[in-house]
Ligand binder design. Structure first.
Ligand code: MOS
Length: 747
């Protein structure tokens, strides 16, 4: 490997972003641009019995007011999860403004298009809608008795029953020590800085371009094409820069299609920007949920049984639960396991991927329960975890593709100074502050799309290369890392390679979710570039005019754009010489990577890590301050040390938010989110975050993909909240099982 792969290269788009020249979807200046504003339902449940658009229609600058009475019908019903691959047909789910039924407050019931955003916003206030309201359910507590066991969850992608093994009831009955606990979680919202935005432009030949803030340009293209009943050839989605997402822009929600319909209606380009308030009911959220966990061990703390059940709120039309059970099910070598999901239908939009979907909440429960068990047994929490380490995937008996968890525990414990910890709670004090420490494991599944992931590489005769794949840059640094992957595989200097993404015209890469963006894209880029390199080497070897003529291709290496024999580097020639001699303007290849099957193909597929936290809790006021956080992860191949560090660090700070701050509160009387603003929805800021230590353990993974990339997007979140809650218990003796941990709970 060349030194470029893994290096802490600065972001290729850093200058454009920091100087404001990077163009986001809502920043495009277009002639005749009109602005669409959505009108949301004021009630959470019922029917529309009348809409009066007369005042809105004659307001200054208004081009159109659309409702369910005149908006064209979509061609198919959308389906949540398959939208990631651009598949929508044959589903459940829901598209707004197709009939008079209201499923949730804020559901679009009208759309106003005007010549300026201000005029559109004003006219939107003039649309008068009357409702026949029906009773709503917006909290779990309102309808526990109506819970049902879904056949499938997660938009149809996972079974509603967990991967059962052994006999957990017998294990719990025979256990020397048994723990039963219930953990509760407030809903969370993503809150990216850039709200969801689409600018829709039809050209005079009835072709549509969408400038859209999305995690997957091709997914948006294919989904909107199906909804509009158009061939995908007629839709192009452009998404160069996305201002954060955290899962809010993963699935294809209604607004890109609504913008397209509005633009067709008024015959001019239309921009639709969701307001901050609308972001809270337009692109999903982490659902309100609770998880019951039962653990049983022998007298030495070896797990005999694990039961894990989740109850959560979904929408009226999708069986969505984030997959909270799958990772805890395989973390420890318990011989028995059972788990399942139950859902309650509620009047909210469908929940969705949010910051380490499933694993962040499931692992909070399990890793809190393990800490409780350690206290009960009088065993050091880290020792208890080592005792129950899963050497193989306990659900299948298959080997892990790679692991590194024990090394993460060890490095983390050293960096944190865990050894010699007094296990008794409430022993350390610093003035008014009670001090405590806690730890937790981290794990996150290695997800992969089902369809082949593709990239294209082209070398020009001057020795520069362009590499293309249809990804969006939503803050992860992917274009920088992909430039490194390409430079490495082609044997070119970093600055001779340009990576281009951000358009559905480019080779298809699935929407980047589940921490799989870097693995999918790097695999395709690596295969495209090694194919190009191999093709050029083969051509040189076959070329009577080349100094490499007749050489063994396997004995040829490429450095700085020069192909040469490994055993005698002075024999060789550059790509440029080869192309110029052969009168070739360029050479191009496509790389296509087939991801492993969803069952892992005979391997357990997870990324692992360990988290350590120190907190101070004000003894009188109940305030919690995080003092130290150490996270060590084994994410496989690191493509860029700098962006990897940022991803893991950012994840840990979101974990801090999950532990202490993040909650969207539902007002059941109005059926609306009560704190739908950046002022009222609390997220961590610099002053909340102490110096955070992030480290990585190197593990080679020959199974997951060509480069052994396991993913760093979300594992940083996982375990942080449990480590903090465990530290709060150690500081105070108070076990808080509800997230976020509030002052009220501690007083
Ligand atoms: Mo990520 S929350 O899986 O889009």
């Amino acid at each position: 490997m060349s030194p470029v792969l893994g290096a802490a290269v600065e972001r290729v788009d850093g200058l454009a972003k920091t100087t404001g020249t990077a163009r986001y979807s809502g920043e495009l200046n277009l002639p005749n641009l009109a602005h669409a504003v959505l009108v949301g339902a004021r009630v959470p449940s019922g029917r529309i019995i009348g809409i009066d658009c007369r005042r809105a229609s004659v307001a200054d600058g208004v081009h159109a007011v659309l409702t369910h009475l005149d908006l064209p019908r979509v061609a198919v019903r959308p389906r949540l999860f398959p939208g990631l691959f651009g598949l929508v047909a044959h589903g459940q789910s829901f598209f707004p403004m197709q009939d008079d039924v209201v499923h949730y407050a804020g559901q679009p019931v009208a759309m106003v298009v005007a010549d300026t955003i201000e005029r559109a916003e004003h006219a939107a206030t003039l649309v008068e809608v009357s409702y026949a309201e029906t009773p709503s359910v917006t909290l779990l507590d309102q309808a526990r008795d109506q819970a049902y066991e879904p056949e499938k969850i997660f938009g149809g992608m996972l079974p509603g029953r967990g991967p059962t093994r052994g006999d957990p009831e017998a294990g719990l009955r025979d256990a020397a020590v048994r723990l039963d606990a219930t953990y509760r979680y407030a809903p969370n919202h993503h809150n990216p800085i850039e709200p969801s935005t689409t600018t829709a432009v039809w050209d005079d030949r009835d072709r549509l371009t969408l400038y859209d803030a999305t995690q997957g340009p091709t997914a948006t293209q294919l989904s909107v094409a199906e909804l509009l009943g158009l061939a995908p050839t007629r839709i192009r989605v452009v998404s160069h820069f996305v201002g954060g997402s955290f899962g809010a822009k993963a699935l294809i929600w209604a607004h890109p299609t609504l913008a397209a319909l509005a633009a067709r209606q008024v015959g001019r380009p239309v921009r639709l920007v969701l307001s901050r308030d609308q972001m809270f009911h337009s692109c999903g959220h982490r659902e309100e949920q609770e998880q019951e966990i039962s653990l049983g061990t022998d007298p030495d703390g070896n797990l005999l049984a694990l039961r894990h059940d989740k109850l959560s709120l979904t929408s009226h039309y999708d069986d969505w639960a984030e997959p909270s059970l799958e990772t805890p099910a395989v973390l420890y070598a318990s011989p028995s396991y059972a788990g399942g999901y139950r859902l309650v239908r509620g009047n909210t939009i469908s929940p969705t991927f949010t910051r380490a979907p499933g694993a962040a909440t499931g692992m909070f429960g399990l890793e809190s329960a393990m800490d409780e068990l350690a206290c009960e047994l009088g065993v050091d929490p880290l020792q208890l975890r080592l005792r129950n380490h899963a050497d193989v995937d306990p659900s299948s008996g298959n080997p892990w593709s790679s692991k590194g968890l024990k090394e993460c525990y060890q490095r983390g414990a050293e960096l944190f100074g865990w050894a010699g910890r007094d296990p008794r709670p409430g022993q350390r004090r610093d003035g008014d502050w009670l001090i405590g420490t806690g730890m937790a494991s981290a794990a996150y599944p290695i997800a992969a799309p089902m369809n082949p992931q593709r990239a294209r590489a082209r070398l020009y005769r001057d020795g520069s290369a362009v590499v293309e794949a249809g990804i969006a840059e939503f803050g992860t640094g992917a274009p920088t890392a992909m430039t490194q992957v390409a430079a490495d595989a082609l044997g070119l200097p970093f600055d001779r390679v340009r990576f281009v993404g951000g358009s559905s015209d480019l080779p298809n890469i699935a929407a980047a979710v589940g921490s799989a963006g870097a693995s999918s894209t790097s695999s395709a880029v690596h295969l495209a570039c090694t194919a190009l390199r191999d093709q050029l080497v083969a051509q040189a070897v076959a070329d009577a005019g080349s100094p490499l003529h007749g050489a063994d291709p396997d004995g040829i290496v490429v450095r700085d754009g020069r192909m040469c024999r490994r055993d005698s580097p002075e024999v060789g020639e550059s790509y440029v010489e080869l192309l110029q001699r052969n009168h070739l303007p360029d050479v191009e290849t496509l790389g296509s990577w087939q991801p492993p099957p969803p069952d892992g193909g005979g391997y357990g597929l997870h990324t692992f890590g360990a988290q350590f936290a120190e907190v101070a809790v004000d003894a009188d006021l109940g305030l919690v301050r995080l003092r130290r956080l150490v996270g060590v992860f084994a994410p496989g191949r690191v493509l860029n040390r700098r962006t990897t560090h940022s991803q893991l660090l950012g994840g840990m700070i979101w974990g801090l938010g999950q532990a202490l701050l993040e909650a969207t509160r539902m007002d059941p009387h109005t059926g609306r989110w009560a704190n739908a603003s950046l002022a009222d929805y609390l997220v961590p800021v610099n002053a909340d975050a102490p110096d955070i230590v992030v480290d990585t353990i190197e593990v080679a993974d020959p199974v997951v993909n060509p480069l052994g990339v396991k993913g760093v997007g979300e594992i940083g979140v996982v375990g942080t909240a449990a480590a903090i809650a465990n530290a709060v218990h150690h500081a105070t003796g108070r076990r808080i099982r509800d997230l976020p941990i509030t002052v009220e709970a501690l007083l």
